[in-house]
Ligand binder design. Sequence first.
Ligand code: HEM
Length: 349
Amino acid sequence: MSAIAQWFQDCLPVSPEVIREMTNEPVPNHMKRWWFALGGTPAYLFVIQIITGILLAFYYETSTGSAYASVRYITEEAAFGWYLRSVHKWAATLMIAAVVLHQMRVYFTGAYRKPREINWIIGMFLLLCTLTLGFTGYSLVFEQLSFWGATVGANMADSVPVIGGFVKNLMLAGETYNSRTLSRFFVLHAAVLPVALIGLLVVHIMIIRLQGVTEFKFKDEDESKPKTFSFFPDHMYTELMLGLFLMILLSALATIFPASMGPEADPLTTPEVIKPEWFFYVVFRWLKLFPGTFAILSTGFVVFIMFTWPFIDAQIRKRTRFQEASVWIGIVGVLAIIALTMWEALVAH
Ligand code: HEM
């Protein structure tokens, strides 16, 4: 052993065998299919968000007077600023899409069932964290649409009975959007939510390591072949290839469709059309369809059902003969989300 290797061994007394044992976790063969191993995609995109986000934060200014100009500087003058901002924007879009697809895979394969209920609940918090990261990030640009989107969001919160006023105040740091609001969004976006997301992810992955992923039986499976493969290096290679593909895709999207700038926020002029980011279209359309308090409470109710779904599903399976009711409920849910999102995307008001 070389002197340097010996020095490392003395400082960190972990043998190569122990490392091999820790990383050689056998992974079921179905994890070779992207649909089943989708959880790695948002994790990878999150790392990209942290790196590009730190670089953007070097130039971003949180005051309402200079936020917009600082984003313009990043987009038009800072070296590679346009690229970093565009990759950050596209990776946010892909991360939200990947989290939703991963959740759909977990849902439709019933992988949330006993004993994985807690990991489903942690996943729901991960989903909410990811969406709130998207919302706060969008607000930082201080464009007309992001300013009015945040104002509409705060008014939505306000219509929640009892706690609404408090939540609105907490969000805006006052009754209305003011000079302290942006700093609040920035601290949430760049510190509180990413740290919360990392904490949740550590627990999510720890539970997966403890329980292993759900095993499935496939009709076309060859019984004579091994049922598992090694996490390291086999699964790691797949994830690395995926990472490379995502980097190429993100660079292509950033170059072909770079992030642009809308008009600067003007608190005195309400734009004719207010739209949030695409991932809130579904809630936005729902709010337009029903009166305020009902729309908000029903949205809260749907989120509550999503959190508690593993327990509701267990009761349906125990007490009725509809063993696969979750599949039909899921299909109706997904179709409703697609329909409301498309509707909001296609009409001006
Ligand atoms: C930032 C977001 C998330 C990341 C990075 C993540 C990561 C992962 C990873 C790497 C796995 C291993 C299996 C796979 O790759 O599919 C996994 C499994 C799992 N995830 Fe997530 N996840 C996230 C969000 C969610 C959400 C939103 C839910 C559901 C509400 C969820 C529920 C689960 C469950 C129940 C499993 C176990 C699946 C099984 O046993 O087959 N996760 N997650």
